[in-house]
Write a protein that binds this ligand. Sequence first.
Ligand SMILES: C[S@@+](CC[C@H](N)C(=O)[O-])C[C@H]1O[C@@H](n2cnc3c(N)ncnc32)[C@H](O)[C@@H]1O
Length: 282
Amino acid sequence: MSGGPVAISQIAEDRFTLEQFRSTSLAHKRIHPAHVENMRQPEEDTHGERQTRRMKQEYWLESWEQERTGFHQDRTNKRLAEFWPGLGLEQGAEVFVPLAGKSLDLLWLQQQGYRVFGVELSLTAVEAFFAENHVEHVRIDVEHGVEFRGGGAAEGLRVLVADFFALTPADLLGVAGFYDRASLIAMNDDMRADYTRHLAALMPPGAVGLLLTIEYDAARMKGPPFSVPDALARELLGEAFQMDELERYSGAKRLGNLKDRGLDTLTEYVYRLTRLPCMVQP
Ligand SMILES: C[S@@+](CC[C@H](N)C(=O)[O-])C[C@H]1O[C@@H](n2cnc3c(N)ncnc32)[C@H](O)[C@@H]1O
């Protein structure tokens, strides 16, 4: 593992907008123009891309309505509990959880003393999260949708019901950390690069995160969850993030509820990601 805790004040100083990111990065050729080209806001999407995205959204909304939620874990993810403390993120820091579902990991993070900001497309999922866990909350209408804000013991926890791709860097100004479990691997081939580019655009320099992925023989199973081999993860994220592999686990024992879907083995990866600063050269 490399890299140490990041001071919150330093992160705040490093903040910049997507527009600034584009101009400084391009001007100084630190980021490949194609990469920046792809960091578009939703309103810049082509018609075809919007349509693909809507179809994918319908898939997830239906999954929640029809209770096809085999990805949900009824306990805190054990890799989160094991590896999160090693990120060294200060208590009180805000942690972003993209594509949050009704994950109990949101609660675990909040109970460790972090402010937590989840985004999830499905209102059904978010309502279920707050109801099933008896979490005191209020609902507030905000720019991108409706936000559920925890109260009492859940103070500091909020989950926005919205499209992740509608968020802008301005929505994440307070964020110092992030956690991706079953989010990148939920994205199919068409969406995966959009997801990682958008995550990179949203995360302020210095933000640290935990990424959990899986790799399997894609000829034997159709996702989601999709296989994201280490080389692909690095291709997608390595330009914008420092990537440190913290652990990998292989074997049939890792299959869990995927063992009935034609696989006989699986590799799980645990990465620490650190959003790289956008270097502006003199
Ligand atoms: C495989 S689930 C993982 C949920 C959660 N991370 C977990 O560990 O249980 C993927 C989630 O992403 C949500 N989702 C898919 N596309 C999204 C989008 N564009 N914006 C926000 N949420 C989205 C789905 O509704 C679903 O709850």
